[in-house]
Design a protein around this ligand. Structure first.
Ligand SMILES: Cc1ncc(COP(=O)(O)O)c(C=O)c1O
Length: 394
């Protein structure tokens, strides 16, 4: 009988089970909403990135249906062959206007946007200077580029400067940070990093995946929040989180975007978005511009929920926005807290190593604009009760 060459995977899975870190996928049986059904249980949902509730917004739904009727369900090609529809170009024009940049190119996901862009703009003789907590898609993009990777401690601008001082002036350098860090909810120190980029002649890049639709005027992101327009050469945003649909984009100069058309591998070698995706994203931009009270509501809910968790005595880290970690340290304890909350009717995902550092395991919560006060209070009561039961708070 043939020996299973993948047997080692089963061994690794058993190890995860022994460590209490094995995760089963939770199955959503309804719409992505603040109160919904996962695994046959009605729960208050604190685990989605659906910040503004746009996954189910009637304007997006309607535009997606209209586009499907008009264009069909798929594009049948990559963008660079036959898969660029007028609706893709309209979305890119609208995003560029929104982001106040010359041009935008849309990718299939935020992951593809980061990985495809970093690997396209850099090569083996170049160097990336990167925050240690930058997203996995940035890290993969850096690896794919074969550039040297220099990592600075989280938000430590002084350490980034020391690294830059050691590099030859003529070497091409990319300084890169998340706008909002996805596991902690804190902001990258953009103004200080832009100063450094200008002083040392770096390309400045910001991944604003969790900031788009959340920070800045009408949700324009952290570049707008920090009034740093014109100081960031490459802005990445996502259409999968607050925008409620799917995709990622790069905003910058016309030359950058045209270069990516020619060199970004996910753009060149992977089929373009279905027309319904592009149409729904355009509708989402209309909502951001015409219904700004939704963003205000997100911030009201964030303040209410975060101060509730703090009053209960939880460690919520350094969050500055709707992503609020409840840091417990031990991986197995984070998973237990998440499981017990789920039984109590609250879905908040446990997150452990390797997604976060060992000893920094947590349950990550994200409130949305569409949570009601009652739902958030219900979740706080559950956190209080389960947190005391597990000895995390007293
Ligand atoms: C900071 C950050 N960048 C990029 C991405 C990737 O975005 P997408 O889900 O659109 O691929 C994510 C999502 O997980 C993220 O948190």
């Amino acid at each position: 009988m043939r020996r299973d060459p993948l047997a080692y995977l089963t061994v690794e899975l058993s190890t995860l089970k022994e460590q209490g870190l094995y995760r089963k996928l939770r199955i959503l049986e309804d719409e992505q909403k603040p109160k919904t059904t996962f695994d046959h249980r009605a729960v208050v949902n604190l685990s989605s990135n659906n910040y503004l509730g746009l996954t189910t917004h009637p304007r997006l739904r309607e535009r997606a249906l209209e586009a499907t009727r008009k264009y069909g369900v798929g594009t049948g090609s990559v963008r660079t062959i036959a898969g660029t529809m007028d609706i893709h170009m309209e979305l890119e024009r609208r995003l560029a206007e929104f982001k106040k940049t010359e041009a935008v190119v849309v990718f299939q996901s935020g992951f593809a946007a980061n990985a495809g862009t970093v690997s396209a703009v850099l090569g083996k003789d170049d160097v990336v200077v990167s925050d240690e907590l930058n997203h996995a898609s940035i890290i993969d993009g850096c690896r794919l580029s074969r550039a040297a990777i220099k990592v600075f401690p989280h938000k430590d601008v002084g350490a980034a400067r020391k690294i830059l001082q050691t590099l030859p002036a003529a070497q091409r350098k990319l300084l890169i940070t998340d706008g909002v860090f996805s596991m902690d909810g804190d902001l990258g120190p953009l103004p200080a990093l832009c100063d450094l980029a200008e002083e040392f002649g770096c390309i400045m890049m910001v991944d604003d995946a969790h900031a788009s639709g959340v920070f800045g005027q009408n949700g324009r992101g952290t570049i707008d929040h920090f009034a740093a327009h014109g100081r960031v050469d490459i802005q990445v945003g996502t259409l999968s989180k607050a925008i409620g649909v799917l995709g990622g984009y790069v905003a910058g100069s016309r030359a950058l975007i045209e270069f990516l058309y020619h060199r970004a591998r996910p753009f060149l070698f992977s089929t373009s978005h279905p027309p319904a995706v592009a149409a729904a994203c355009i509708a989402a931009l209309d909502v951001l511009l015409e219904e700004p009270h939704i963003v205000d509501r997100l911030w009201e809910n964030t303040r209410f929920f975060q101060s509730g968790l703090k009053t209960l005595g939880f460690n919520t880290g350094a969050s500055e926005g709707p992503i609020t970690p409840v840091i417990v340290g031990d991986g197995a304890l984070a998973m237990k807290l998440s499981d017990r909350l789920f039984e109590a009717g609250v879905f908040a995902q446990g997150i452990a190593s390797p997604t976060v550092a060992v000893g920094k395991a947590r349950v990550r919560t994200i409130v949305t604009a569409t949570h009601t006060r009652d739902e958030l209070q219900f979740a706080l009561d559950a956190f209080g009760h389960v947190g005391r039961e597990l000895g995390i708070i007293h």
